[in-house]
Design a protein around this ligand. Sequence first.
Ligand code: TPP
Length: 564
Amino acid sequence: MNKPVENATLTAAEAVVEMLKAHGVEVIFGLCGDTSLPLYDALARVGSVRHILTRDERHAAYMADGYARLSGKVGVCEGPSGGGATYILPGLVEANESSIPILAINTDVSVSSRGKFTLTELDQRTLMKPLTKWNAVLDRSADIPRTFRKAFEAMTSGRPGAAHIALPFDVQSGPVERGDVWADPTLGSFPSRRVAPDASMVELASRLLRKAKNPLFICGGGVVLSGAEAELLALAETLGAPVATTISGKGSIDEQSVQSVGVVGSNGGTPETRAVVDAADVVIFVGCRAGSVTTERWRHPAPGKARIIHIDVDPAVPGTNYQVDVPLIGDARLCLAALNESLEGFRREGNFKFVEQQKRAKFEKFDALARSDETPIKPERVIKEIGNQLDPDAVVVADPGTPCPYFSAYYVVRGTGRRYFSNRAHGALGYAAAAAMGAHVARPQVKTVAVMGDGSFGMCVGELETAVRLKLPITFVVISNAVYGWIKAGQKSGFGQRYFSVDFGVTDHAKVAEAFGVRSWRVTQPSELSTIVKKALASDGPTLVDIVCQPLHEARAPVSEWVA
Ligand SMILES: Cc1ncc(C[n+]2csc(CCOP(=O)(O)OP(=O)(O)O)c2C)c(N)n1
C-alpha cells in the first residue's frame, strides 16, 4: 500500500484532493471509515482543503447542500463504503431533486476484493444511478482526473444536480500522472454554462404578454439558482405583474414589495394567495416544476383557465403538468433578459390593489393569532417573534412539519437571493440543522437559524456536537409539541379524527442540547419568548430554544393539505 511514486506522479488519493482544489473546492463535509484511510491521509498531507467531521453521512450531505445553496459553489461530502454510502444517500437525492449541485464521494472496497463477500461491499454504481444526475465507480487510478472533470461539468451545467463517485481502496493508492491533473475552475460554480432561449419562442411569449390583462409570475427555485432576480423585477415592472413564488422560490423578489404575492400552494400558501393565482389570465412559471405542492395538485392555476408561459432550463419540465402555450427553454436569467429586450418600449400599468387587499387579509388573521397569549404558544407567535428580531440578511432554514408551511407563509424575506430555504424535493424530517451548518460555513457573516419540529430534532440531534465542536453561532429553534403534528392534522382533516400512532413522549430538548454544550432555553410562556429569542440570537456560539407549541391539528395552518 502507498508505494512511493515518482515525482511526475501523484497517488490517486492525492490526485482526488488536487482535482477538488482545481475546481475551487475549499471545504468537505464527511465521516471517516476503513476504506477512506488513503483519502484521509492525502487530505492530511496535501492540506488546504478544510475537512468538517460530521456525526452522520446524511448530515454531511445536508451540510454540502446548505453550503452549495449559499455559496453558489459545488458542495462536497464524503463517507466510507457500505453504510457510509447508504447513509449519504438521503442528502444526495434531496440535493439532486432540488437542483443543487453536490458531489458525494464514497470510498469502496478494493477492486481486487470485489465479489468475495467483502465486508461493506455494495453495488454503489447501481444504487446511486437513479438518485443522481451523474455517477461513476472508479476502477483505475488513471481515470480520476477525467472522472472528476465530468462530474463537475454534469453538476453545474444544464439543470444543476448531484453527482456520486465511488473510490475503491486500492484505486486510491495507484499512480496518477501529474500532467493529467487539471480542471476548468468555472465548473466549480453554478450555473456554469448558461443556455439562451430560442428567439422565435421569445417572440411568441412576448406577443402573449403584450395581450395579457392580468399576468402573474410563479417563480420556483430556478430564479435564485440562476441569479435572475434583477431581470425578473424589470420584467414584472414592465408588465405590471404580481410575483408569487414557491417555497424554494422565496428570495426571487423582496417580499415587502407591492408586487410580491408571497408563497402559493398547499405548504405555505393561503386561501388569499390562491385567489391571486385564480385571477390570472396568463401565468409565467419561471424555474418551477409546477408540482403538486405549488399548484395544490394541479388545480391552481386551473388547467385551461390561464394561458401558460413556462421558462425552465430543463426541456422536460414545460408541458409535463400543464398544457403550455409557450415553452421557453434556457437559463432563467437569459430567458427573462430576452423577454425584457423583446418588450422594450412596452409598459402596462400594474394594478396591485387586489394583491394588496389579499395580503392584508392574510396578515390580519396571522397578526391576531401572533398576539395571542394562550398556552401552548401559537406557531404564529413564534414566527412573528423570530421575524421581528432577525436582520434582513439572516438565513432561515425550515424543516417540514410546522416550520415549513408557517415560515414560508409568514416569514417575510426582505431583499432577494437565498435567505430562506427548506428541503422541498423529499421533505425529509431532520434536514434543517445540518443544512444550516453548511449555510453558515458558506456565509459566516450573517445569522443562521434552523427551525425544526421535535420529530426533526430526533432525527438530527447528534449534529449538535458538530455545532459545538466548531463553535457555530447558529440558533436552533425546536417547535415542541410531542407529536408528528402535520400527519395528525391530516388524520383530523381527512380521516375523521381517528388519531393513530402519531403522538410521542415529551422531551426537554433544551436539556438534551445543554448536555452537548449548547446554550439552551425551554420556553412555555408567550411572554418569555421575546427576551429568550433575543438572547439566543445574540450569542456567539450555538444556541437552542425549545418552544412548547400548540400542535398543528389544533392550530390554524396556512393551507394544510397532504399532497400525495
Ligand atoms: C424522514 C421522514 N419521515 C416521515 C416524514 C413524514 N412526515 C411529514 S411531516 C411529519 C410530522 C412532523 O413532525 P414534527 O417534526 O414533530 O413537526 P410538527 O408537524 O409536529 O410540527 C412527518 C412524520 C417525513 N417528512 N420525513
